[in-house]
Each structure stands twice: as structure tokens, then as C-alpha cells.
Design a protein around this ligand. Structure first.
Ligand code: BTN
Length: 258
């Protein structure tokens, strides 16, 4: 196991609330977390892997997961009857972008959230989040391109994906980033349980989607319009050129122009 992942134990304050499982190679950390959930491990268990052989993205895409360079982690939380599950992805993306800006403040102007939970820098994707539920368990999978070089990405992704290393020219400790994410997640999930609608505001302040012209790929059609806000579920409200307001609960979107 690479040393930088094992050095997580140096961050006792940040990780003290979590039960951490570190692996070398797994299929998908989300799948391991689901198995653990069904075996009854406590909530706040977290699965971290150095590489994934079947990393999963949203919409059944593949998440490129080479060894030694990136973060692949899945957190298990248990939903209570009043957990606003639809806000979990947005809340998570706020904790992840805040962590990114703590370790790499120089990307601040260029970084932002793309609805619902992607982190983009300079129009390229840095991080994605895949939230899945199994029984009353919520599995929050987070992938971040940290020390990846362009060569790690297949050619067709090179103009679409980026990493912290590619944006800053510096290498980062994965353990430090993971520890900071866990700390920030603890804080943001506290806000989610005490004042869920505040998540909408925190997300909106970090968003690059709001006020942009977007194209949404829906199962049966595409839709273009201006993103005008989120509803209380975190769903995206879009106004079309005919002035019709459409609310999207889930879709792959593309930013067209500001
Ligand atoms: C997306 O499509 O944007 C979501 C990508 C989520 C990738 C992460 S990596 C850790 C976890 N395990 C997976 O198989 N997927 C998520």
C-alpha cells in the first residue's frame, strides 16, 4: 500500500469519527461499502482504495481509477426518517470543493460546482460523486483526480478531465486531502441534519451552473435553457427560451455559455 495513504493515521483529529477500511485494489469502493453495509458495519465506515478495476461513474459510465495517484473513497451513512437524501450529493460536493480550495487555493477563481455534484476547474472535470442507496444505507462515493497526468487519461478524456497536479504543477498528499474531506463532511452533514435548506445556499454560492445556459440530456430528449436556481430538493430549475420553467431531478448537463 502506498505510504501516503497509510499516513492517514497521522490525522487523528480529522478521522476520529470514522471506521476506515483501506484496500490496495478493489472493483469499486461503492460496491465494497454496500457489502459492508449489508454485513452491518457501523455508519461512518469509509472504504478507501489505491485503485479500482471497475470504478463506476454516474449514468453507468466508467471512472478511470489508476493506482498511486488519485482518491477513490466511499462513505457509508445511515439515513434517518428525516434525512433529506436528495441533498446528500450537493452537501458532499460542498465539502469536497472546500477541501480542494484549502489545499490548492490558487485554483479558487477557476473552480466551481456543476450541478448536481461535479467539481470543475477551467471547464474540465476534477471530481465526481456517485451516491447510491441500499436499504436505509446511503453510500457516498467520491472520486478525485489528484496527482494524475494527462497520460493517465484515455485520449478522448484529455480535453474533458483534469487533476490537481495538472492545474497547479504540484503533487498532493492523498491522506491529507482525505482527512480534510472527512472533517468537512462531518461539519456539512451536521448542517444537513440541522438546517437542510442551508445546503442549497452553500451549494449555490459555489456553483458555476446557476445563471449559465445549459443543455440537459434527458432519457427521451434534450433541453436547453438558463439555470435559474435549485428547489428545496436540490433539483435544478431551468427556464427555456419560450419562458417555460422546467425542474430537473436528475440529468447529465452541459454548460453552454455564461
Ligand atoms: C461521476 O460520474 O461523476 C461520479 C464518479 C464517482 C467515482 C467514485 S470513485 C469512488 C467511488 N467508487 C466508484 O466506483 N465510484 C465512486
Amino acid at each position: 500500500m502506498p505510504k501516503d495513504l497509510l499516513s492517514l493515521e497521522h490525522y487523528q483529529e480529522e478521522i476520529s469519527n470514522f471506521h476506515i477500511y483501506v484496500y490496495n485494489t478493489v472493483g469499486s469502493t461503492n460496491e465494497i461499502a454496500k457489502d459492508l453495509a449489508l454485513k452491518g458495519v457501523p455508519q461512518n465506515s469509509i472504504v478507501i482504495a489505491d485503485s479500482q478495476t471497475s470504478g463506476k461513474g454516474r449514468f453507468r459510465r466508467i471512472w478511470i481509477s489508476p493506482p498511486g495517484v488519485n482518491i477513490y473513497m466511499s462513505l457509508l451513512i445511515k439515513a434517518s426518517s428525516d434525512t433529506k437524501v436528495s441533498l446528500v450529493p450537493l452537501a458532499t460536493s460542498v465539502a469536497v470543493i472546500d477541501t480542494i480550495l484549502e489545499v490548492a487555493p490558487e485554483v479558487k477563481k477557476k473552480a466551481g460546482l456543476k450541478w448536481p455534484n461535479d467539481i470543475y476547474i477551467n471547464g474540465k472535470k476534477l471530481s465526481g460523486i456517485l451516491v447510491e442507496t441500499i436499504k436505509r444505507n446511503i453510500i457516498v462515493g467520491i472520486g478525485i483526480n489528484v496527482n494524475t497526468t494527462a497520460q493517465h487519461f484515455p485520449e478522448d478524456l484529455r480535453d474533458k478531465a483534469t487533476s490537481l497536479y495538472m492545474e497547479t504543477g504540484r503533487s498532493f498528499s492523498r491522506a491529507e486531502i482525505i482527512a480534510k474531506i472527512l472533517y468537512n463532511l462531518k461539519e456539512i452533514y451536521k448542517i444537513l441534519s440541522e438546517n437542510p435548506y442551508h445546503i442549497i445556499q452553500l451549494w449555490s454560492e459555489r456553483s458555476k451552473t446557476l445563471n449559465s445556459m445549459i443543455k440537459a440530456y434527458l432519457p427521451d430528449r434534450t433541453l436547453e435553457g438558463r439555470a435559474i436556481g435549485l428547489d428545496e430538493n436540490g433539483f435544478l430549475k431551468v427556464i427555456t427560451s419560450e419562458g417555460k420553467i422546467v425542474t430537473l431531478s436528475s440529468a447529465d448537463i452541459l454548460h453552454l455559455r455564461q
